[in-house]
Ligand binder design. Structure first.
Ligand code: ATP
Ligand code: MG
Length: 286
């Protein structure tokens, strides 16, 4: 019987929706698991396991799951036997040190002799020893940001994305311990069949993510500006140029990176481009 790769995703929480969406965009279809522990994919040899994100590294080490999607912060904290395969670009956040707003914090030396509340004791321990700081770590599993206010700690190390939670709790962010995003991790002991399935999945994720960061661009241009426009639009190769019925004009097709997009559009307009269309790309194999 051919093998199925067991993919662990978060059962509920901030990673859940986008993890499931990514797998579906990779063409893996399965029933939603809000009430189930696992689901069989019907068009890919995979079984999706819905678990608490914090438990996923352990399940992979114990060979209950083969691969999984978790935050890089949890991967570093758990120190389990597994490897980082791919950064996925969502659930971006940082793990930061925050102190009460009124404190005059100049450098990490401020933390010497202080008490730090966190859900990430291993990561904080590494941070402290790297910076030669002797501080006490107080591990709590949730609502870390209230610890200074209730006198439980002098500082916190917690997940920050916008900083608004810190602000409403009278704290200020003073140092970034690590940056994090969702990652794909895998067991270090996959058999060849499962390794091949992982490679196939990685190939698909790359195609999906490349498509997301690029747009398909169509425009009409006077023939004498095609050369200049080609310089602005490197595309995957050089742009496709097709003659229009209207004499002296052509249609150009290219792929542009999302990030360069707006600056290129204004340059293109200056060069005489008209009828510019920007179209999302569904999959992109590079
Ligand atoms: P619980 O175990 O109670 O479900 P959790 O903190 O483990 O809580 P989530 O809050 O769902 O789980 O967070 C899962 C992951 O999402 C975190 O480990 C982190 O990588 C990322 N994350 C958390 N908060 C944010 C945020 N505000 N913005 C972006 N990513 C975040
Ligand atoms: Mg969790």
């Amino acid at each position: 019987m051919s093998q199925k790769i067991r993919i662990a995703v978060q059962k509920s929480g901030r990673l859940q929706e986008q993890s499931v969406k990514l797998l579906k965009e990779c063409g893996i279809s399965f029933g939603n698991g809000s009430s189930k522990l696992k689901a069989e994919a019907d068009n890919f040899p995979a079984e999706i396991l819905f678990l608490r994100d914090d438990d996923i590294p352990e399940y992979i080490e114990d060979n209950v799951a083969d691969i999984g999607i978790i935050g890089e912060n949890v991967f570093l904290e758990k120190q389990k036997e597994s490897e980082l395969v791919l950064r996925l670009g969502f659930a971006k956040c940082r793990l930061s040190i925050a102190v009460p707003k009124s404190e005059e914090y100049q450098s990490s030396n401020w933390l010497n002799g202080k008490k730090i509340a966190t859900s990430y004791p291993v990561i904080v321990e590494n941070y402290l020893s790297k910076n030669n700081i002797a501080a006490e770590i107080h591990e709590i599993s949730g609502s870390v940001e209230i610890a200074p206010g209730i006198g439980l700690a002098d500082a916190v190390c917690d997940i920050v994305s916008t900083g608004s939670t810190l602000l409403t709790n009278g704290l200020k962010e003073v140092d970034t311990v690590m940056k994090s995003e969702a990652i794909l991790i895998a067991s270090k002991s996959l058999n060849p069949e499962k390794s091949a399935l992982l490679n196939e999945l990685v190939f698909r994720v790359n195609a999906v993510n490349a498509a997301k960061s690029n747009k398909y661009l169509l425009l009409n241009a006077p023939n004498d500006s095609i050369e200049a426009i080609t310089q602005v639009l490197p595309g995957m190769k050089s742009p496709t140029v097709m003659p229009l019925k209207e004499k002296g004009w052509s249609s150009l097709h290219s792929v542009v990176n999302e990030n360069d997009f707006w600056s290129q559009i204004s340059q293109l307009k200056e060069l005489g481009a008209q009828g510019i269309l920007v179209i999302p790309i569904e999959k992109m194999i590079v």
